[in-house]
Design a protein around this ligand. Sequence first.
Ligand code: 13P
Ligand code: ZN
Length: 271
Amino acid sequence: MKDILTAPFVKEMKNTTANMYRLGWDERNGGNISYMLDESEVAEYLDLSQVIRTIPTGFDAKPLIGKIFIVTGTGKYFKNVQDDPENNLGIIRIAADGTTAELLWGYKDGGKFTSELPAHLMSHMARLKVDPENRVVMHSHPTNTLAMNFVHELDEKKLTHTLWEMCTECIVVFPDGVGVLPWMLCGNNQIGQATAKKMEEFRLVIWGMHGIYGAGKTMDETFGLIETVEKAAQIYMLTAHMPRINTIKDSEMMELAEAFGVEYRKDFLDL
Ligand code: 13P
Ligand code: ZN
């Protein structure tokens, strides 16, 4: 059996959480990541018949029975993952009842998965229906995205349009736009269900005045989605209080989307 600390998926979790921390997106225990793994890949590092303990999830994830995820721990700091992955991360498998997580590795100090597991697993279920290759769900509190939530209308069309206007490549990176939820209590099944509903349509969902969710096939794709929104939000926050002299026109955004061959939300442009 190979050493789990050398597994590429553990390295990806370490590098991503470290990057997110250094970008200032994930203060204290802010943010969480879940990453669906191939059983055969995990079996190179762990004996899959050895369950350390079982942890109830409090919701039904039947479509994910048998699926294995590496997930950040609740209350754990992204800044600490790199030096101590076994305490700050865990590998769980959804048990045959669909409502229990079997711990295969990690959460060494007796901890458990993120309090946002409902939003993560429900989003995985929603995205897998749209894209069978979806693997990653990521939640974060990026500074400018959050700042923008306080000064911009929380409307899907208006927010997406503003973000698209801020960087030439935005419409190419997230042509499907950004879904928006109002402020809601976090860490429960209700916000999980609301997030998953949005994930049927969007790979990015803003949690009003809280943060953002992204979903994608790979860690890079998912990180890149959030990073691009955050960059656009930063440009907005740097310029919103100044007179706008120039802008990328809707006709130009359409030209971009068509040149790059992406399916975009035409109803989010005013053509
Ligand atoms: P956890 O520490 O439970 O992952 O929660 C962090 C967070 O961002 C809540 O939305
Ligand atoms: Zn959060």
